[in-house]
Design a protein around this ligand. Sequence first.
Ligand code: SAM
Length: 285
Amino acid sequence: MEKLINPVVTAGILRKYDFHFQKRYGQNFLIDEHVLNKIISASEITKDDFVLEIGPGIGTMTQFLCEAAGKVLAVEIDEKLIPVLEDTLSEYDNVQVINNDVLKLDLNKIADEYNDGKKIKVVANLPYYITTPIIMGLFEAHLPLESITVMIQKEVADRMQAGPGTKDYGALSLAVQFYSEPEIVATVPPNCFMPRPGVSSEVIRLKTLESCPVDVQDEAFMFKVIRAAFNQRRKTLVNALGNASNINVSKDQVKDALGQMGLDERIRGEALELGEFAKLSNLLK
Ligand code: SAM
């Protein structure tokens, strides 16, 4: 079968199955081979690799992943795409498709079941409406992840790489820094997709870190502190953390901890870097 990355082939498959794009699922299919090759080469897949693809669509990227990887597991929410994928991936015997919502799956169980808990690579052209929960979910599940190479909205890529004091800086930036080393692989204009999205996109590779970059006693507690700090980002840390119902610290305890760190008690969360959040959460704990 000719590859789906050719827009004429994609249009033919959409006609054959009378497929109508579902906006609510963020369906924008890739039709640019140059971009697809960049994603595949940035993900550094070999025949030893197990790849998890989130949202295969009609199988455009999946066809390339099957050729590069040892095994591919693709999770697609839209049941209308399952018969299409059976057709477009029929040549490959190293792929399995699961019809489910990726946010509802126990990915650790899947990594155990399908790959004996060994390292996996995630590669995807993500549905933009749930990029952040997918990325946070992958990190927080503590999957045996080697890397995540994904196409995302440019604004989200900017947030992932932002530093203290900028408007884009937030819980997502800190999670990305805590778990990985980010690198932008390509900037992708809307005309590389069918249908065209209303935004520009970027391919980002997040290589997971081998060891923790900061000294933190309780990672889950630190992320509660971070989330509370950015939930009310215009408030001082003392007020934002003192008012947060799920971390159980008083304003005086926050003032005291900031004092021990040599920080002004009027400081806002957006001014703290990752190492400072780690130290603050250790003190509050
Ligand atoms: N990989 C294909 C490509 O590059 O042409 C399609 C990418 S499209 C941007 C996103 C895909 O994710 C769609 O096929 C959509 O149906 C699927 N999707 C959306 N939400 C999902 C979810 N919660 N779980 C799994 N797949 C989802």
